[in-house]
Structure formats: structure tokens, C-alpha cells
Design a protein around this ligand. Structure first.
Ligand SMILES: [Zn+2]
Ligand SMILES: [Zn+2]
Length: 436
């Protein structure tokens, strides 16, 4: 039997309905803020991720799912290295959505100078090349938002509010959501802050793990979320980003908080919150579900330098992404089934002698926009009713010899078991009424 690739999942039934429901809620909520959907390819040049996500991140260094076309693989195996490959031959499946969307915005000139911002949202699978483990899939799903060309602190606040509204609409208990925010500074103040943190780590070199010592050179701020508890204890004494902001960043952060307060959004300031990727500037945020044990269900921030890194003009921007699989788990923990039940249907049942009439009746009901099921296996009327129940039919249309001869049908409400006779000509409108 052919096997699914390790670390991947088949989405069907309730799980598929949950994924579709999440996209429906995204379309509704993000639409009210003026966002349109975008779909970029799942496969991009490695350079797009190196520029956009950063060479020093784990995502780019260890976790990318590399892709080589068939002809190249032989070549690579023969040479034993990818040296000499052109940029367009070095490909990867996207590990996240932002880099590709920003690449698309630059390439298609979506934010020409002086124009309105591009407001985009996406939904799709993301990929990781490392060995799959529990809770870490090779193919997982994200919904995200990118808002390009928006410098105003009000956009940071709107982005955060939109994210919280999205979670509420999915069914989360608002009191269970913990929103943490921080400011990581910008090109003017962050380099000096990074140096301070680097110096702090090197001053405490004896107490830190090997990973953190490596981070001190590459990306010292990542030491704040080291998996090693002792490192985090040491880092609790390290200089904090909000104390090291320049005036502009400080004012920006204060205004974001003022807008959140005005909207009645509860948040906690976490001065050690550093998002994993290099490109964030100023506002960063993360949301977790208290007591769910699934970690952060979404997060994002401002990335004013990113368009430039992808080859565009300097353009401020911000965004967030949320993880489908974690959200489903966290909702389950709150007793919410995001997939819900399948849409109710109409079942057309019949006695064997009028079987040919079912074809036309089912067709007319479907053309009226109803979801219709019928028997295709020559079952008895009794087993057809059983099947109708199993399929969650709300209404059964029953055709027998007498009904067909009189141009009528029996309508059976599956919830109340009430039966009425309806002229076949009025069937579609009467059934539609009952279904509503
Ligand atoms: Zn460490
Ligand atoms: Zn600054």
C-alpha cells in the first residue's frame, strides 16, 4: 500500500471543514479591514527566503525543504555539492508565507511610490525539511496577513485588533487569549541594543549554553527564548528592548498601546518577546491560549526593512501568521469543534418501481441549490431511511407508485417525522423552505 509522507496529513471530513471554516472566517474578518486574498507559489528561489527570513535563522540554516528538478538531482549526486547552481535552480518549498508575498509585491509593483498600501491575506500549506517529530509537521497550514506601505502606529493596532477579532470569531473564549506585545526597535536603535545584549551574553559566557554563545555572534536577541531554562534565567537580567528605544520608536510604541487601550484590547507587555525572524522592527506580538499547552497560536509584527531586503524600495510593512493545526487543538481543549457538522441534505427515497423518476427529481432539487443524496444501490425503503439519517438528512422526499402517478411526492421532516404531500412542481421551493 502506498504511504503518506512522514510528517504530513490528509485533510478530509471534519478536519477539512475546519480548514475551510478558518479561511471563511479569515475572508469575513480581514475583508472588513479591506484585505484581499493572494496566492503565491509554494515553491520559491532559496534567495527569496535567505533575503526575507535571514541567513542566520534556524529556518534558513536547518529547516528548509529544498527542491531540485529531476535533471539536477543526477548532477548533484554526481558532484556531491550544489556549487555552481544558478539562483533559479536553487529552490525550496516555502517555510512561511511572508517572504513569498513580499517578493510578489515587489515583483508586481503592488505598492508604487505614493500609492495606497497593499493589504493582502493568504492561506495555505507551509513546509519544513527537518525530521518530523510530535507536534512538528513537515507540511502544516497557516493563514496570514501582510500590510505593505503602512507606517502609522494605528496600523499596528488595527492589525492586532483584527487578529484578536479573528480568534474570537473562530470560537475562542476571549478571556483565555493572552496577547503579549513588545517593541524591538529599528535600524536607528536596534544595532546598539544588539551589541549591548551580545556583550551581556559574553560577560556571562560561563553560564550560557553553546547555542546561546553561537547566537551571541549571529543573533543575540534569540538568547531570550533559548529552550534552556538556565539561559532564560540569566537573560532575565539582560538589557531590555523597551529601555533601549530611540525617541521615534518609543513614541510609536506608546501610540500603538494607546490605540489598543482605546479599543479595549487587553494585552501584556513582555519586554523579552523577540519573534524568531530577523526582519522584525518595532512592534512584535504573540497570542497564546492560557492553559492549552499548545504554545503560541499566532503572532507577527512590523518589518519596515523587509521590502528592501527583497529588492524593493524602502516600504514600511507589518503582518502576522496563525497556525491552523495548533488552533484546532486549542479550540478542542475549549470544547469547540471548528469543523462542525456537514451541511444538512435532502434525501430522495423511492420504491424500486419508480427509481427512474428519482433522477429527475434530484436534479431539479440540486438545480435549486440544495445538497441532495439518493440511493444508488437498490436498497429497500427502510434502509434508505436509515441511510438518510446517517447522512444527516433534514428532509426526505419519498416517491412511490401512487405519488408519481398523481404528480405528487411525500415530504418527511426527519427531525419532527411530520409528513406532508406536495405537488412535484412545488417540491424545490417547499423543500428549500423546510431546510431553512
Ligand atoms: Zn541557551
Ligand atoms: Zn528606534
Amino acid at each position: 500500500m502506498a504511504q503518506r509522507v512522514q510528517g504530513t496529513e490528509d485533510l478530509y471530513g471534519g478536519y477539512m471543514r475546519a480548514w475551510q471554516r478558518m479561511q471563511d472566517v479569515a475572508r469575513e474578518v480581514f475583508g472588513t479591514y479591506g484585505f484581499d486574498m493572494i496566492e503565491t507559489p509554494a515553491i520559491e528561489q532559496v534567495a527569496t527566503f535567505v533575503h526575507g527570513i535571514g541567513e542566520s535563522t534556524d529556518v534558513v540554516r536547518k529547516e528548509m525543504f529544498r527542491v531540485f528538478s529531476g535533471a539536477l538531482v543526477e548532477n548533484l549526486l554526481a558532484k556531491g555539492s550544489e556549487q555552481g547552481l544558478k539562483a533559479k535552480q536553487r529552490l525550496a518549498l516555502r517555510p512561511e508565507g511572508t517572504a513569498g508575498v513580499v517578493r510578489a509585491a515587489v515583483q508586481n509593483n503592488m505598492v508604487p511610490q505614493g500609492s495606497a498600501p497593499a493589504k493582502l491575506w493568504y492561506a495555505g500549506p507551509m513546509f519544513r525539511g527537518e525530521r518530523p517529530q510530535k507536534g512538528r509537521l513537515r507540511q502544516f497550514h497557516q493563514v496570514g496577513v501582510e500590510w505593505l506601505g503602512a507606517p502609522d502606529p494605528a496600523s499596528d493596532a488595527e492589525c492586532i485588533i483584527m487578529l484578536m477579532r479573528f480568534f474570537e470569531r473562530l470560537g475562542f473564549d476571549p478571556k483565555s487569549l493572552r496577547l503579549c506585545i513588545n517593541s524591538m526597535g529599528d535600524a536607528a536603535c536596534r544595532p546598539a541594543y544588539r551589541d549591548k545584549v551580545r556583550t551581556f551574553i559574553l560577560d556571562h559566557a560561563g553560564e550560557m549554553c553553546a547555542d546561546c554563545l553561537e547566537r551571541a555572534e549571529l543573533n543575540p536577541l534569540r538568547a531570550f527564548d533559548c529552550k534552556n531554562a538556565h539561559c532564560r534565567e540569566v537573560m532575565a537580567e539582560a538589557p531590555l528592548a523597551p529601555d533601549n528605544l530611540c525617541d521615534e520608536c518609543d513614541q510609536h510604541y506608546e501610540q500603538v498601546k494607546r490605540y489598543l487601550d482605546e479599543a479595549g484590547i487587553r494585552y501584556e507587555e513582555d519586554p523579552t518577546l523577540v519573534r524568531g525572524l530577523d526582519y522584525y522592527t518595532r512592534t512584535v506580538f504573540e497570542v497564546e491560549v492560557v492553559g492549552s499547552g499548545v504554545g503560541a497560536i499566532g503572532g507577527g509584527g512590523r518589518y519596515d526593512g523587509l521590502m528592501e531586503l527583497e529588492g524593493g524600495k524602502p516600504t514600511p510593512g507589518l503582518g502576522f501568521a496563525v497556525g491552523f493545526e495548533r488552533i484546532v487543538l486549542a479550540l478542542q481543549a475549549q470544547g469547540v469543534d471548528l469543523g462542525g457538522k456537514p451541511e444538512g441534505c435532502v434525501y430522495v427515497a423511492c420504491t424500486p418501481d419508480v427509481r427512474p423518476q428519482v433522477f429527475g427529481v434530484a436534479l431539479a432539487l440540486r438545480d435549486a441549490g440544495l445538497r441532495v443524496e439518493a440511493d444508488h444501490q437498490g436498497r429497500s425503503l427502510k434502509s434508505q431511511f436509515k441511510q438518510a439519517d446517517k447522512l444527516g438528512a433534514l428532509v426526505c422526499v419519498v416517491l412511490g407508485t401512487d405519488e408519481v402517478a398523481a404528480g405528487m411526492a411525500t415530504l418527511r421532516d426527519m427531525r419532527t417525522h411530520e409528513q406532508v404531500q406536495v405537488a412535484q412542481a412545488d417540491l424545490a421551493s417547499t423543500v428549500a423552505e423546510r431546510m431553512a
